[in-house]
Design a binder for this molecule. Structure first.
Ligand code: ADP
Ligand code: MG
Length: 607
């Protein structure tokens, strides 16, 4: 059988060799046994031979038997000699047969050895072939690795180049960002710190007044306010018995009744960039009841429920969107370098109610607070609840709670939510490193202002935090206090003002008269404040109403104020609409006055 390749065949051959060796050993043992027997016979013969010779010699001395024994001895001798020869021959024969067997075995062994040899030869050839193949493979792999190494080196060089260009781009981006900041703020300055946008809501079913004749009803629901273009609103009305009205008003932006909440917010968003650049910002909705202030600021509301009710993202108003945007902008800053605190208050009958205050059982209830002016000349509401929020949804949850209270709290019961001003405040504290602090601000004026405002140290903040009524684990007290760290505090105030109509003053009595009187007083105080700012009077009468006192820091100074005038388009509301447009026009004049007097920062060279 020709041994097969591989491990199986070699083990078969090894077994065969073992068998042959076994047989060889058996034969050798047999030869040894035969040789031993042979030697014993030789020994016996050698022992017997002298005795026979002596006997023969003795017999030979006896004359009687001499001749007999001589013959016998001769015969015996010849027989012994014959036997001896026969024994020799037998031994010879035995030896030769063993040798023959051995020869046969050796021959077989040789044959096996030969086939083993040829098998080994084949194996070695096979091994050579295989090792050659392996060698080629190894060589190919080595070459591949070399190529890969080269490619890797190329990639490393490329990655290094890319890293460098990324660094350059990042540096350029940072520079551009600074430039953008400067330009953005210059642009906002140029537009004026007080801007007025005007939104005309669509005609709605409730615009048809009940209880009037059909003709009257038709004319009441007739549209009198139109957006002539993006910046002009046209009020056109001719009523029998009244002087006809045909008047245009110019604002920074006018939205027609079809414009979406998205479009409104798109123009508000840049202000939030200013907020993160260190300016206080206030966005307020002004207009008569039913003109769309709450819709614009919060979104659509259910009857009697002032909380956020919309599931539709696209329907959300400025307050939820602004918060989302603020958190989006903040997320670009290093984590832990900022925190946001929220307060929700309602100004009703010239009283401030803290809508986030909790009683000893943790139940929210509206508690009265007061507004004061600090030694630094800032407005502050002592003991006002500030809740730290980490994202827009936490914020919405909190504001929702406050808004529910606005509706349900017994001390705050009033017929219509439009009888109170709602002020949602986001206080944003950003930690800035002292060394970088200067370069953040392109113009000297702002830089000085911010540095002045940020003159707190961390240790002070930590002290503040201990005394503040509410702060959560996310409060950055954990941050290391170093002398180089400074805090920048900015404030975003989002205001849903009470309805501006002065209707029915003469006929109204009791609580309604009181409400209306307080609303009128606070709104005219707001108009007075804007007027005083316009005239650059030394004294701005912020303290004439709790509303203006509360809004002081985000209305005056270099704070950015956006007034969103809300207009109902129906003829029924003509008087109120004209009054609102008059307020907006006066507010605009404020910024015109300021623009003339202000020196606008020019971005420094090379930036
Ligand atoms: P205000 O807060 O000024 O009293 P609301 O925001 O409550 O007025 O609006 C009164 C009604 O008009 C609400 O039902 C509101 O959903 C609806 N409304 C206001 N503005 C719009 C608008 N732009 N598009 C559709 N509906 C509007
Ligand atoms: Mg409202």
């Amino acid at each position: 059988m020709r041994p097969r390749r591989g491990l199986d065949s070699s083990s078969v051959w090894a077994q065969r060799v073992r068998q042959l060796e076994q047989r060889l050993r058996t034969k050798e043992e047999r030869i040894v046994v035969l040789e031993t027997e042979n030697a014993v016979l030789h020994l016996k013969l050698a022992e017997t031979f002298p005795y026979i010779l002596e006997t023969v010699m003795n017999f030979s001395t006896s004359p009687v038997f001499f001749s007999l024994y001589q013959g016998l001895a001769g015969r015996c001798t010849s027989e012994v000699l014959q036997l001896y020869a026969a024994h020799g021959q037998q031994m010879k024969f035995q030896r030769s047969s063993a040798v023959t067997q051995l020869h046969v075995a050796i021959k077989r062994l040789k044959q096996d050895l030969k086939s083993l040899h040829s098998f080994a030869l084949e194996l070695s050839k096979d091994f050579q072939r295989q090792s050659k193949t392996c060698l080629y493979q190894v060589l190919a792999a080595v070459q591949g690795i070399q190529l890969q190494n080269e490619a890797m080196q190329m990639f490393q060089i490329k990655a290094f180049d890319l890293e460098q260009s990324l660094q350059e781009v990042t540096e350029r981006y940072e520079k551009e960002k600074q430039k953008r900041k400067a330009l953005h703020n210059s642009l906002i300055e140029l537009r004026g710190n007080i801007r007025v946008h005007c939104r005309i809501r669509p005609l709605l079913p409730f615009d048809d007044a009940a209880g009037h004749s059909q003709d009257r009803q038709r004319s009441f629901s007739e549209k009198v306010a139109y957006a002539a273009d993006d910046e002009t609103i046209l009020v056109k009305c001719s009523r029998p018995g009244h002087a006809s009205v045909n008047k245009t008003f110019q604002f920074e932006r006018v939205y027609n009744d079809l414009e979406s909440q998205d479009a409104i917010f798109a123009d508000v968003a840049p202000l939030l960039t200013s907020l993160l650049d260190g300016y206080n910002v206030c966005i307020m909705a002004y207009g008569q009841t039913g003109s769309g202030k709450t819709y614009t600021m919060l979104g659509p509301q259910l009857e009697g429920n002032l909380a956020f009710t919309t599931e539709e993202e696209s329907e959300l108003g400025i307050i939820p969107r602004a918060t989302q945007e603020v958190f989006r902008l903040l997320s670009e800053k290093p984590p832990g370098s900022y925190w946001v605190e929220v307060s929700v208050v309602e100004v009703y009958n010239n009283e401030i109610f803290d809508l986030l205050a909790k009683d000893s059982c943790g139940k929210v209830f509206g508690i009265k607070r007061d507004v004061v002016t600090t030694r630094e000349g800032k407005s502050d509401v002592p003991l006002l609840t500030h809740e730290t929020v980490e994202n827009a949804s936490e914020f919405l949850h909190l504001v929702n709670k406050g808004l529910h209270l606005r509706v349900t709290h017994p001390t705050l019961v009033h017929a219509h939510s439009s009888r109170s001003h709602l002020v949602v405040t986001l206080n944003i504290t950003t930690v800035v490193f002292g060394d970088n602090f200067g370069i953040l601000w392109e113009d000297e004026q702002t830089s000085q202002r911010i540095n002045k405002e940020a003159s707190f140290t961390f240790t002070q903040k930590m002290r503040d935090n201990i005394s503040t009524s509410s702060s959560r684990a996310s409060s950055p007290v954990q941050l290391e206090a170093t002398e180089k760290m400074k805090q920048v505090k900015t404030r975003l105030q989002l205001v849903d003002l009470a309805g501006s109509e002065c209707v029915g003053m003469s006929g109204v009595t009791g609580a309604a008269l009181r409400e209306t009187s307080f609303i009128n007083r606070s709104l005219s105080a707001l108009a007075d404040v804007l007027g005083a700012i316009a005239e650059q009077r030394a004294h701005i009468p912020y303290r004439n109403s709790k509303l203006t006192h509360l809004l002081q820091d985000s209305v005056g100074g270099d704070a950015k104020l956006l007034v969103m005038l809300c207009i109902s388009p129906g003829q029924k509301y003509l008087t109120e609409s004209m009054q609102s447009l008059g307020f907006g026009t006066r507010a605009r004049q404020v910024q015109r006055g300021q623009v003339k007097k202000k020196n606008f920062p020019v971005p420094s060279k090379g930036k």
